[in-house]
Design a protein around this ligand. Sequence first.
Ligand code: GLP
Length: 241
Amino acid sequence: MNIRVFRTPSDAGIYAASMLERVITSSERPVIGLATGETVIPVYDALVNFVRCGLNVSHVTTINLDEYVGLAPDHPQSYHQFMDEHLFSRIGIRMQSTHLPNGVAPDLAAECERYNEVIRNHPIDMQVLGIGVNGHIGFNEPSHALITGTHVVNLTPETIAMNARFFSRKEDVPRQAITMGIQSILQAKQIMLLAFGEHKADIIYRALKDGIRTDVPASILQLHKDVTVILDRQSAARLGL
Ligand code: GLP
């Protein structure tokens, strides 16, 4: 694993965006796997700046990791809205080239199958990942077993509590999500894992240095041959670098 530590999230975001630029400019049909969450905002801000300075993204396909069950794409807290606000609308990407699971599909099992097919048809060149404080990647939550393909997941009480900050009423926080599975993530040619802040220092240590365990889903990334971990000093604090 290549571990890079930056002074600020915004420095780290520029580095991450330049890795994305390399993938985007070196392939005719690049496929980028995207994540949501506060961590990736500096990456998308930097990428938007690159596009404003001439980076062409008209040939890029994007595939997001996850979406809440029960939130329509136009719901303000949906990941569809997050992506639109922080990236898609700002880079003028064609919406047909962007993919997210549909959290209000009438048949969720069929939706998971459809999403697996999308991933099969668009092998991911670079997967962007954040990490939950409990070690989840996408919404692959700590469990006795990790699931390979796209699936519906019951969010853990810890994740529901973390997400509550985005909703005005506690009872509106979604209890389930559709997430890309672990195998789909590991099949990406390259992966970047980002984490910022003191509150991520412990889980970053456990994910990178403490063996591979299903109750720390991100630790499985130790098996991938091309992972870049992009941290700030606070999240790297326990690594003893
Ligand atoms: C959510 C997303 C994850 C993300 C995580 C961390 O649960 N499903 O993909 O990595 O939160 O979020 P944040 O970056 O806001 O800490």
